[in-house]
Design a protein around this ligand. Structure first.
Ligand code: N01
Length: 539
């Protein structure tokens, strides 16, 4: 008997594994399943691979993690042959990489594109998942693995009268495939998170006039993007295994120069020098300037004040500078990384509209109204973020044992063991699910760790004649308690954000990602596996 037949009969609509999504998680999961001899089918709503990098094609989109680290490590041939060109790769370059991976490993033949999974239901008697797609088809599989991404379900705020607007409305997370040309247009961008902050400087160069609607000012650190130094690339490739190992040992899965000192124990001059050197270097390393920036509010405020000082220095109009000053805890909401964001507000064709005190009231045929003032525009860009972490999962009607709905189980917030699996939903695995490091890490590192763990688990089950796996209630409860405890200890959980559902009206508030760091998390997962999948029931 071939390995693929162990779990089930083969037919065109019966698989060992169905994978939902062909982004970086889905592609690698498929690769791994094939390697282990499990029959698999991937369903992908888009017409191509790449997930986030397929949908987020907005002007200025690029990754905030260094390219040499934001890439797969499972194949040395792949990492040796692929040539990144910039420190922070652009969206088109990352999409080319995803396409290359799909072609190189011949993955497309098991991916069904333009097909959205609408429902997944566990048939307890037969012990299979029935997966329904938007073309009305059904397939069955022993395992269902979601690879839908944490930031894939766009948030469209329900502004009054939105349909009245006569021009095009775009969302950064659903950008058209055709080129959008804003030349000669008055454009509104709503939202100043990471997406808005990347798009605004680029749109400002094209548009006749740009109105930026800001509700909460964000902290942003310069990217200092640059072409990659060939010598750095050569050295990294020569030592890739060692570099990847070091990356996996960092809390966030990326190499930064961590300073173990307290921001409060050094002199003001030393502190300033440290922040200045990090500002010049650019990128996420800014928050590694001192060890207590996310645990002590007074320490945090020294970093926040440094960035506020930079904004005051950069923005010439003092009133505009004042309105751009972020006031909350730096690094609590996801830090933004920019190219010329603050300087963009010195351009004569850019107007900052502060909608904190006077929210957007409604749309009209010609534009946006706040506090009785109408801003007449030709196009509107929503950079309003995502229903993060659970949004895409709960859009699918997932039903477990006895018909229990995931939407009902998670009504007060998501509950999952290790962010990988959830009680009452046997044989369902979630890649970068809630309660795992996911969005608090270099997500490709987290994806690979999850995929490898799931692959080993399925292999273990096959070798031990087990066909069903599900977390014990107590294990899930204990894990959630731990996730909450570590979140409570960090300043990150003190500010409402998409990390805890605060950005979506009515969404349950719970800090969703695991903040304890990648090494501790990966060790815990490995330990559980080494002890016969402790906390899971296998049958
Ligand atoms: O979304 P966001 P994003 N009226 O939620 C505003 C990743 N990412 O797409 O803060 C007016 O951060 C909202 O205001 P407020 C990254 O992890 C990565 O920018 O809620 N404004 C906020 O300003 C990132 O964190 C990369 O008050 C409204 C903005 O819209 C995550 O994706 C690039 C509003 C939303 O900001 C999400 O970033 C881009 C309303 N009704 C994104 N509703 C890279 O790695 C919302 N807003 C490069």
């Amino acid at each position: 008997m071939s390995e693929t037949e162990v779990f089930g009969e083969k037919s065109s609509d019966t698989f060992d594994v169905v994978i939902v999504g062909a982004g970086f998680a889905g592609l690698y999961m498929l690769y791994r399943m094939r390697e282990l001899g499990f029959s698999s089918r991937v369903f992908e709503a888009g017409s191509g691979v790449g997930g986030t990098w397929y949908w987020n094609r907005y002007p200025g989109a690029r990754c905030d993690v260094n390219s040499m680290e934001y890439s797969y490590q499972f194949s040395d041939d792949l990492q040796q042959e692929w040539e990144w060109t910039e420190r922070f790769p652009t969206q088109p370059e990352i999409l080319r990489y995803a396409d290359h991976v799909a072609d190189r490993f011949d993955l497309r033949r098991d991916i069904q594109f333009n097909t959205r999974v609408t429902a997944a239901s566990f048939n307890d008697e037969a012990g299979v998942w029935i997966i329904t797609t938007d073309d009305g088809a059904e397939v069955s599989s022993k395992f269902c693995i979601t690879a839908m991404g944490c930031l894939s379900e766009p948030n469209f705020p329900k502004f009054r009268n939105i349909d009245a607007f006569d021009g095009p409305i775009y969302h950064t997370g659903r950008w058209p495939h055709e080129e959008v040309d804003f030349t000669g247009q008055r454009v509104a961008v709503i939202g100043t998170g990471s997406s808005g902050i990347q798009a605004i400087p680029v749109i400002a160069e094209q548009a006749e006039h740009l109105y930026v609607f800001q509700r909460t000012a964000s902290y942003s650190i310069p990217a200092r993007n640059a072409p990659l130094d060939p010598e750095f690339v050569r050295e990294t490739k020569a030592n890739y295994a060692e570099v990847r190992k070091r990356v996996r040992q960092t809390v966030q899965g990326m190499l930064t120069r961590f300073n173990p000192a307290s921001a409060l124990e050094v002199t003001p001059e030393e502190r300033q020098r440290e922040y200045e050197s990090r500002w010049v270097l650019g990128g996420f390393g800014f928050m590694a300037a001192f060890a207590d920036l996310l645990s002590d509010e007074r320490a945090n405020d020294t970093a926040a004040e440094f960035v506020r000082g930079k904004i005051r220095e950069t923005v010439k109009d003092p009133d505009v500078a004042e309105a751009l000053l972020p006031r909350n805890i730096i690094g609590a909401k996801r830090l933004c990384i920019d190219t010329d964001y603050y300087a963009t507000f010195n351009r004569p064709n850019v107007t900052l509209v502060d909608v904190n005190d006077s929210p957007i009231e409604r749309m009209t045929r010609d534009g946006i109204v706040t506090k009785g003032e109408e801003y007449r525009v030709d196009s509107i860009v929503f950079a309003t973020g995502f229903d993060a972490i659970t949004g895409a999962l709960l859009k699918v009607d997932i039903r477990g044992r006895g018909g229990v709905k995931l939407r009902d189980k998670w009504i007060k917030g998501p509950r999952a063991y290790l962010g990988l699996a959830t009680t009452d939903f046997p044989n369902l695995f979630m890649i970068t699910g809630p309660g795992s490091p996911s969005v608090l890490s270099n997500v490709i590192v987290s994806i690979e760790q999850h995929v490898d763990w799931i692959g080993e688990c399925l292999q273990y089950m096959r070798n031990h004649g087990a066909t069903r796996i599900e977390p014990r209630q107590t294990a899930e409860d204990d894990w959630i308690t731990h996730v909450n405890e570590v979140a409570d200890a960090s300043l990150r959980s003190k500010v409402g954000s998409w990390y805890d559902g605060a950005n979506i009206p009515g969404k349950a508030r719970i800090f969703m990602p695991y903040i304890g760091g990648l090494p501790e998390y990966a060790e815990k997962c490995a330990d559980i596996a080494a002890h016969g999948y402790e906390g899971f029931v296998l049958s």
